[in-house]
Design a protein around this ligand. Structure first.
Ligand code: NDP
Length: 595
């Protein structure tokens, strides 16, 4: 693409970033506690009363999202029957239990995003499946591996303590339970606790309001399957936020509301979605083992590697292939410098296309200008949608662009922005989730290990682990996530499925050899952290071309703690998956002490 003024773009990006930088950084958000606690209520299930439990299981898993489901599945496959998943929501699903807002769908292709498709025999109906199908798939996994049998749903863990005398974890919950488990794994999710914008006066609003992760269909009408929101025809509705969630639900709100006011601080980048139904005849042609092959194919291409073909063919692999091919066409030497140059050039092209797409789809010129993103595509979560931009052509839909400043204040009847008052019947917070806050604050409990050490103390200066799974001082405890492991952000379930396999093999081995405890040695933990830290490179999102957001701690430095809490295997996700496969298959479990 010719005619791009790279220097001009850079200057514009920096000016836009500067407009949005705030001294309060992540502190600008407020926790849903006290008078805001009701924003967390479960709108879907009324908890069934039950007697408290004082029993014992072999493995307890905290969290019933993908992490719990895939780990539970791998444990069952390994023949470990006594598995209990403890979940705050009224069913399995995690993110997909809570997020039922209209239009919710996966952003990564279902063939790689949905775990255990071959094991459960499910064919995704679309390339990017919608939320109800994903929630059904979660339930399918739970059914298939008998995970409902022993589960504690609508149950929040409030305490987790290691009892060194009996070599058991004691788990306390808000249901009065005091259960014991030989092993505990935690998959409490990186983005599960809704946050609210700390806008002055937020507590004074008297109209109806809710957070997108607790969508109130009783108020709006409609349902998660896409039925029209038929109770909004006489309502003035406001939505704060234009991130990945808002991008998916605004196309459903726009035709339904009498008036819709979208309060925008920073526009998202909206690339083409190109969703399509899956052809069952084609699905039949896939050979056994296809999902593992697709996963590695996606991961390889998404992280700049080479394969004979692109099986997934989506926006994620497209970004990386562009960068890789630019390096090749400019001489082919892969150094940090050639990579950055190729990244910047291909990003300039991509973002120019994305801004041109806004012009092509949005009729009103002023609205189109305000919807153009001025930053690099990977500074914020890239969005892909084929109806979002058109939603602004609906006569009742108004973009209230705040030029990076955000909503000024909220009062009893509505919202103030740009010095203007917008009276509203309903205010929807599409304001996202806590990221990077203390894990115990997000999880709602703090594990207490051997010698009474709290996990939050052990991690006070940043996460310390082997493989992101094992923590010294916390025997028989496993953490399931992606940090300090593969760190594959574009397809989180892939990280979880591999971690689940690793944990199942370790538990199986511990039971086989009759070990009461398995724990990472201090030396192995330290060596792993040192190795990852030595290979950690400055994150692209920290560049001055990046607008603030949760990807870069709202533009503020996080120091070493931030590096430890976000780093992954230096050689990348593909190398990590190969490494961990060899590590666990060797049967040595190097770095772990079985005793
Ligand atoms: P985000 O954190 O991405 O977005 C929050 C929004 O609220 C931003 O647009 C933010 O503006 C805005 N905001 C905050 N404070 C104010 C204020 N005072 N005035 C005006 N606007 C304000 O949350 P989302 O729920 O959209 O997405 C969170 C993450 O969840 C995604 O990044 C993605 O990882 C995941 N997700 C995944 C999906 C999928 O895979 N299908 C779908 C949806 C979400 P600003 O940008 O200026 O900070």
């Amino acid at each position: 693409m010719t005619g791009i003024d790279a220097d001009g773009l850079r200057a514009r990006y920096r000016a836009e970033r500067d407009k949005r930088l705030r001294a309060d950084g992540s502190e600008q958000y407020i926790e849903p506690v006290g008078q805001f606690a009701h924003y967390l209520d479960d709108p879907y299930v009324v908890p069934t009363p039950r007697e408290p439990l004082f029993d014992e299981v072999t493995v307890a898993f905290i969290g019933g999202g993908f992490a719990g489901l895939v780990t539970g599945a791998r444990l069952k496959q390994a023949g470990i029957e006594s598995v209990r998943i403890i979940e705050k929501g009224g069913d399995f699903g995690g993110t997909w239990y809570w997020n039922r807002y209209p239009g919710a769908q996966c952003d990564t292709a279902a063939f790689v995003y949905l775990p255990l498709l071959e094991e459960t025999g499910h064919m995704p109906s679309e390339k990017y499946t919608h939320a109800p199908e994903i929630l059904d798939h979660c339930r399918r996994i739970a059914d298939h591996f008998d995970l409902y049998e022993n589960a504690c749903l609508s149950t929040e863990v409030t305490g987790l303590d290691w009892d060194d005398d009996t070599k058991r974890w004691i788990i306390r919950t808000n249901r009065g339970d005091e259960m014991r488990a030989q092993f505990v794994a935690m998959g409490t999710g990186p983005l599960h606790r809704p946050k609210l914008p700390g806008i002055p006066g937020i507590e004074s609003y008297e109209g109806h309001s809710f957070h997108t992760s607790r969508w109130d269909y009783e108020y709006t009408g409609g349902n998660p399957a896409g039925a029209p929101l038929d109770q909004l025809g006489d309502k003035r509705v406001g939505i704060i936020g234009t991130g990945a969630t808002a991008v998916q639900c605004i196309p459903h709100l726009a035709p339904a509301c009498a008036e819709l006011f979208v309060f925008q601080r920073t526009p998202s980048s909206i690339d083409v979605r190109n969703n399509h139904p899956i052809d069952p005849d084609w699905f039949e042609t896939l050979e056994p083992g296809w999902q593992a092959e697709w996963l590695m194919n996606f991961t390889t291409l998404q992280t700049g590697g080479f394969t004979d073909e692109d099986l997934v063919m989506d926006g994620w692999t497209d970004i990386s292939k562009r960068i890789r091919d630019k390096v090749l066409s400019s001489g082919g030497e892969f150094t940090r410098e050639t990579f950055i140059k190729a990244y910047e050039d291909s990003d300039d092209e991509k973002m120019t296309e994305i801004r041109a797409r806004v012009d092509a789809l949005v009729t009103d010129r002023q609205t189109a200008e305000a919807l153009k993103p001025w930053y690099r595509q990977l500074c914020k979560r890239p969005c892909f949608h084929d109806e979002y931009l058109d939603a602004y052509n609906e006569p009742g839909t108004h973009l209230v662009d705040t030029d990076g400043k955000g909503v000024e204040r909220i009062d009893a009847t509505g919202v103030w922005a740009n010095g203007e008052h917008f009276e509203l019947d309903c205010l929807i917070y599409a304001s996202g989730f806590e990221v990077g806050t203390d894990y115990a604050r997000r999880a709602g409990f703090d594990a207490v290990g051997r010698d009474g050490e709290h996990l939050s103390q052990h991690w006070a200066d940043g996460m310390q682990s082997l493989h992101g799974i094992h923590v010294h001082g916390f025997p028989n405890l496993f953490v399931v996530g992606f940090t300090q492991g593969a760190n594959l952000i574009s397809n989180v379930p892939h990280n979880l499925t591999e971690a689940g396999r690793t944990i199942a093999m370790i538990v199986d081995h511990a039971l086989d050899v009759g070990a009461a405890e398995v724990e990472v040695t201090e030396a192995a933990e330290q060596a792993w952290v040192e190795r990852l830290e030595a290979g950690a490179v400055a994150r692209m999102t920290n560049s001055p071309d990046c607008t603030p957001g949760y990807y870069n701690n709202e533009g503020q430095s996080t120091g070493r703690r931030g590096t430890l809490n976000s780093m992954g295997y230096p050689e990348g996700p593909v190398a990590y998956f190969q490494y961990i496969d060899a590590w666990r298959n060797s049967g040595e479990f190097e770095g772990l002490d079985f005793r």
